[in-house]
Design a protein around this ligand. Structure first.
Ligand SMILES: Nc1ncnc2c1ncn2[C@@H]1O[C@H](COP(=O)(O)OP(=O)(O)OP(=O)(O)O)[C@@H](O)[C@H]1O
Ligand SMILES: [Mg+2]
Length: 193
């Protein structure tokens, strides 16, 4: 009963959030550092999924890149809702954990790209079933393997991520084939202080 009521609570919260986003309720608009969010999200994901490999790929940390003058850490900061943006990352990372086998490597890559910030979540798991791809961001879309209650899957995670990113004036895109699935969040960068 307890786990069932937790599941129902999470479902109701997800549906309320979608209803609020549908209604165009304003989100917070404070500076949010996506690198910090990524670090926190990876720590949580690592605790929840110790059998996956979790990687954070930061700009300027490539081999042979040291000492580069242009390397000065560019801020990966947006104006937005910290809590909701955390949820986007949590949903993408939980998918990369739940819908892939143990041993899968998941890489989170935040970077600045001109006046935009880009956050990629990639995994080398089996990929998104082709039948799902066209309606992946629609509510209640989920793969066959997720259609059981044991998996606790409702098919709202990506719909929420998409709605939150859109409400921030950004885009959420996916590219997936077996062995390489990448979700890309693109958001307007906060104007430089
Ligand atoms: N990284 C991934 N690798 C493989 N399949 C994925 C991945 N991410 C999502 N999917 C597929 O997309 C479906 C929809 O994902 P979504 O997050 O919207 O729902 P869910 O994970 O099934 O349920 P919920 O997030 O509400 O618990 C999943 O059921 C799964 O089949
Ligand atoms: Mg999900």
């Amino acid at each position: 009963m307890e786990s069932e009521s937790l599941r129902m609570t999470a479902l109701v919260e997800d549906m309320l959030l979608l209803a609020r986003l549908d209604a165009g309720r304003p989100l917070d608009s404070a500076p949010v550092d996506l690198t910090g969010l990524a670090i926190d999200a990876i720590a949580d994901a690592h605790a929840a999924g110790p059998d996956h490999t979790w990687r954070l790929d930061l700009p300027g940390t490539d081999e042979g890149d040291e000492g580069d003058e242009d390397d000065e850490a560019e801020e990966v900061v947006v104006l937005g809702d910290d809590h909701r943006l955390r949820q986007v990352l949590a949903n993408l990372l939980s998918n990369a954990r739940v819908h892939t086998p143990a041993g899968t490597t998941v890489t989170v890559r935040p970077r600045r790209d001109g006046n935009r910030v880009v956050l990629e979540v990639g995994d080398d798991g089996p990929g998104i079933p082709p039948a799902l791809r066209d309606r992946l961001f629609q509510r209640f879309t989920r793969g066959d393997a997720s259609r059981n209650r044991a998996a606790g899957s409702t098919g709202l995670g990506l719909a929420i991520a998409h709605a939150v990113v859109s409400a921030h004036g950004g885009t959420l895109e996916v590219d997936s084939r077996p062995g390489a699935t990448t979700f890309t969040v693109t958001l307007p960068a906060a104007p430089d202080a």
